[in-house]
Design a binder for this molecule. Sequence first.
Ligand SMILES: [Zn+2]
Length: 102
Amino acid sequence: MKCPHCKQGILEKYTGVMEEDGISYEALRCSQCGEEIMTMPQLKELAKKYRKLRKAKEVTFAQWGNSLAVRIPNDVVQEYKLASGKRAVLTKDKQGIRIIPE
Ligand SMILES: [Zn+2]
């Protein structure tokens, strides 16, 4: 595919990283002028990554006897109707830990 910008280079698959948030993305880049173009699926993929990032929350561990406790932010408490003493299931996978309220 020829570059629509300079009309000389060829668009090649390229993986870049958004400097501000460290999110990697796939795009097409011109071999001549360096112009980056995204296809619709590539654009959708990037949008998905941003949505995921905004949903992610940072939490802090605290010592609780021999275990560790995780402080859950209030908006999450409200959304999932969590309360002290209520039970949840903890599952582990390669990426981390999931807490599923009962
Ligand atoms: Zn070009």
